[in-house]
Design a protein around this ligand. Structure first.
Ligand code: ADP
Length: 637
């Protein structure tokens, strides 16, 4: 049978072109990683074949010695990486090697600056995979055939990396993929037996798959015989004391396609309990670009007795731990398990709770032994872990201990204070953990609600991430101390101030008098703001601001209200309470008497500034500006 080559020339997708450009210009300082990327792809392809062959053994085509073969040819100036894995059909070649299927690609590309150092760091995080070959090659030929399709279904793909590639049909008797790199002049260093072997052992010693190179004669001539270069044992199956830190690091890079070392890992072999498994879990040093994408890939690699079953298995970890990478290998699942069956398999729940426990152990240990690394982790993934108290009720308190917040105890927006730190600094009378929520750190820091707390030197947690009100709504208390918003409910002053009985009595007396003196004003203001506020009362919170808005103890916070509105939920708005500072000159002036029109204007202005201070939008901003300017003009007269 003759083959219709059906050759065509195609252009890369725009994103690929951009990425290729960046790869060549920003990553050249670490060229050797091209080999790691190709080996990773080859090993993934072999894993896929092994898995598909479980239900269709014919795919082995009488060649079940799965291996990766690497050879070089000094004369032709080529390095070739071959695998007898699953291979690709013509359609697959076009879609896998001509486009980027990763979520968040466009967003990633928009982060690139043109500054090579910064960009190379970003590209490392993104992972370039196959395209890294263009760092070392000026032409790349891919010969591939999908397992089971027959020799005439081979495909040849070729590109110089300059925006276009060709594809044509060819005959390829063996299944799998050969990647032939025509090396650039400045990449000739890779035409060297020892150089290639040392890169292979550095990056891929631990693959559970042999990597072969031709045996050399004594005078370094290439022979027809192949020999295994790596150790080819599954890293996770080795006892911990036989694995070095570098090997753990390299294995992480292999499974995660990350360029940087992980922050930490935890490795367990559990046998003879109620469920047998081995797990190796890694904490990455950087958040991937798609951490907050709904369709993003998360999860662990699943093996059953060393046989790769599937990638990105999300069932083993809850969402709030989706940043964890790693491997789970178990005898508790059948080899032929499918994604659909996996969902409901009775072992999943057991494995999941074990893996959550290992992960929380790892985080606790890191927080205790290496706070600096923990701070790094928090910066990258804190906002994900904050989903924990709502998602995982059973582990709520363990997760709460791991949370970190900004606080009035520090000047910076760094989130470094734990509930435990906070409790240690609580005042003798203090019974609650106080927090304020706001749109951003500065708004939280200068919230008028903090005035009385600052005056009495009481720490308040400053919560300004979008998810924070959601977090505290799922954490009513920590170690017996209720969490209390400083902008909600009535303040228990005696918890905050540390006064003796006499002063307290004097204060109470003063309050009584004030409430009589201000009674008429409070009523008038309430009448003016009848539609906007639920109540008008005197405040104990303020020392320098004239007014603030307060919510009922069980009402939604203003931040949560905005959040729900933003996602299109109908929010039953609870009217806020307006609190006045009786010591403030403006309030005293108002009490002493203003004509009706003025009182109205001033009241509106006070209400509007209270809205602004809590970060809420004004219902009629232009009217506010007019009122303010009018006041200003009066002052100038
Ligand atoms: P990634 O590996 O991160 O998905 P790559 O750019 O490295 O990205 O590869 C793109 C896709 O090309 C892979 O997901 C795989 O489907 C396919 N591919 C690459 N190399 C091989 C190979 N040796 N055998 C089979 N398919 C491959």
């Amino acid at each position: 049978m003759t083959i219709d080559p059906h050759q065509e020339k195609r252009g890369f997708e725009a994103e690929v072109k951009q990425l290729l450009d960046m790869v060549v210009h920003s990553l050249y300082s670490n060229k050797e990683i091209f080999l790691r990327e190709l080996i990773s792809n080859a090993s993934d392809a072999i894993d896929k074949l092994r898995f598909e062959a479980l239900s269709d053994p014919a795919l082995y085509e009488s060649d079940s010695n799965l291996a990766i073969r690497i050879r070089f040819d000094k004369e032709a100036q080529t390095v070739t990486v071959s695998d007898n894995g699953i291979g690709m059909s013509r359609e697959e070649v076009i879609s896998h090697l001509g486009t980027i299927a990763k979520s968040g690609t466009r967003e990633f590309l928009s982060h690139l600056t043109g500054d090579q150092k910064k960009d190379s760091h970003l590209i490392g995080q993104f992972g370039v995979g196959f395209y890294s070959v263009f760092m070392v090659a000026d032409k790349v030929t891919v010969l591939t055939r999908r397992a089971g399709l027959g020799a005439v279904h081979g495909v040849r793909w070729e590109s110089t990396g300059n925006g276009e590639y060709t594809v044509e049909n060819v005959e390829k008797p063996s299944r799998g993929t050969d990647i032939i790199l025509h090396l650039k002049k400045d990449a000739e260093e890779f035409l060297d037996n020892w150089r290639l072997r040392s890169i292979i052992t550095k990056y891929s010693d631990h693959l559970n798959l042999p990597i072969l190179m031709p045996k050399l004669t004594e005078d370094e001539k290439v022979t027809e015989e192949w020999e295994t270069v790596n150790r080819a044992t599954a890293l996770w199956a080795l006892p911990k004391n036989e694995v070095k830190a570098e090997q753990y690091n390299e294995f992480y890079k292999h499974i995660s396609h990350d360029f940087e070392d992980p922050l930490a890992w935890t490795h367990h072999k559990i046998e003879g309990g109620n469920i047998d498994y081995i797990c190796l879990l890694y904490l990455p040093a950087h958040a991937p670009f798609d951490l907050f994408h709904r369709e993003a890939h998360h999860g662990l690699k699943l093996y059953v007795q060393r046989v790769f079953i599937m990638d990105q298995v999300e069932q083993f970890l809850p969402n709030y731990l989706r940043f964890i990478r790693g491997v789970i290998d178990t005898t508790a699942l059948p080899l032929n398990i499918s994604r659909e069956i996996l969902q409901d398999h009775p072992s999943i729940a057991k494995l999941r709770s074990a893996l959550v426990r290992h992960t929380l152990d790892l985080l606790e240990k890191l927080a205790k032994d290496d706070p600096e690394k923990y701070a790094k982790f928090w910066k990258e993934f804190g906002n994900v872990l904050k989903e924990g108290p709502a998602e995982d009720f059973a582990n709520r308190m363990r997760i709460a201990k791991l949370l970190r917040f900004a606080s009035t105890h520090h000047d910076t927006d760094l989130q470094s204070v734990s509930f435990t730190d906070y409790i240690q600094r609580m005042k003798p009378n203090q019974k609650k953990i106080y927090y304020v929520t706001a749109e951003n750190f500065n708004a939280a820091k200068s919230s008028p609600h903090l005035e009385i707390f600052r005056k009495n030197n009481i720490e308040v947690l400053l919560l300004s991430d979008r998810i924070d009100e959601w977090v505290v709504s799922h954490l009513p208390e920590f170690e017996g101390k209720p969490l209390q918003s400083v902008a909600k409910g009535e303040l228990q002053l005696d918890e905050i101030t540390n006064e003796d009985v006499a002063t307290k009595q004097a204060e109470e007396q003063k309050e009584k008098e004030q409430s009589q003196v201000f009674d008429a004003l409070l009523k008038k203001i309430k009448a003016i703001l009848d539609h906007q506020v639920k109540e008008v009362r005197l405040s104990h919170r303020l020392t320098s601001s004239p007014v603030c808005l307060v919510r009922d103890q069980d009402a939604l916070g203003s931040q949560m209200e905005r959040l729900l509105k933003a996602v299109g939920q109908t929010v039953t708005e609870s009217k806020p309470i307006l609190e006045l500072n009786p010591e403030h000159t403006i309030i005293q002036k108002m009490r002493e008497g203003l004509n009706e029109e003025r009182l109205k204007e001033w009241t509106q202005l006070l209400y509007e500034q209270a809205l602004l201070a809590e970060g809420s939008a004004l219902p009629d901003p232009a009217a506010f500006v007019q009122r303010m300017n009018k006041l200003w003009m009066e002052m100038m007269r």
